[in-house]
Design a protein around this ligand. Structure first.
Ligand SMILES: N[C@@H](CCC(=O)N[C@@H](CS)C(=O)NCC(=O)O)C(=O)O
Length: 250
């Protein structure tokens, strides 16, 4: 059975989950927490980051590499366009979206959410096993600075992340004007990447009020501006049409 080691709140992990669900491959999910995840990731792979996919003896780290692996192993329900030029475009989008949306959104978001313990816990402990959650809470004073360090969160970087993100969202929105999909005429890994990296902006547990209660006011306000954009309609539409039921086996 496939196993996915992930953070249940991470948009890069959502990308890998979605790809597995798209391929209709049952898998076990191992939900981990920041800091404590090192016990697994360091043992399994060369770097520390999640998601990591285990398929028997094969270990695949990084969401793009996971999609490549799934494409090779189960070519049906393809996520990479068959046309080589379109395949290059889809991969370029995927990389660009990770760098220009995934990373700055995360940096700016955590710069606010980690500041106050109650927001950090409300976000990071979603879906966490109880015992792990207790250990995490006890270790949080040590884990928080490590997270700041790992994501290079400091006031200057956090301030720079927001305009970088704004420009990237403008570019993405422009590229989608009059189109359903980023590359060619069909859903591909480019759309899956864009939508999953914006997934934290969809209502948590499908409920706006729950989301608002768990976010610092400044983040909630930014998200409320985001939902006015045509890009938000696209995001909702892609989730509605292309995000299948999860086939996770717990
Ligand atoms: N390029 C990687 C990025 C993955 C990534 O940044 N993962 C973060 C969570 S969103 C992580 O595991 N951070 C902890 C660490 O690197 O030890 C991918 O697409 O999988």
């Amino acid at each position: 059975m496939l196993a996915l080691y992930q953070f249940p709140f991470s948009h890069f992990c959502e990308k890998a989950c979605w790809a597995l669900d798209h391929k209709q491959q049952p898998y076990q999910v191992k939900n981990l927490l920041p800091g404590l995840h090192l016990l697994w990731s360091k043992r399994l792979a060369s770097a520390s980051s999640l998601p990591i996919l285990r398929d028997g003896l094969y270990i695949v780290q990084d969401s793009a590499a996971i999609i490549d692996y799934l494409e090779q192993r189960w070519p049906q329900l393809a996520l990479t366009p068959a046309d080589p030029q379109l395949a290059i475009q889809a991969r370029e989008w995927e990389q660009w979206l990770g760098n220009e949306i995934g990373v700055p959104l995360r940096l700016w978001f955590y710069s606010h959410v980690l500041r106050q313990r109650r927001y950090a816990m409300a976000f990071l402990l979603r879906g966490a096993p109880r015992l792990q959650g207790r250990v995490f809470q006890a270790l949080f004073p040590l884990i928080r600075p490590a997270m700041y360090y790992k994501m290079q969160i400091n006031p200057a970087n956090a301030a720079a992340a927001l305009p970088q993100l704004g420009q990237a969202l403008d570019k993405l929105e422009t590229a989608l004007q009059g189109r359903d999909y980023l590359v060619g005429e069909a859903f591909s890994r480019a759309d899956l990447t864009a939508a999953s990296l914006l997934w934290p902006l969809l209502p948590w547990e499908g409920d706006e009020a729950t989301m608002q209660a768990r976010l610092p006011a400044v983040v909630w306000q930014w998200r409320q501006d985001f939902v006015q954009r045509p890009l938000y309609d696209w995001l909702q539409g892609i989730y509605r049409q292309h995000r299948p039921e999860s086939c996770i086996q717990q």
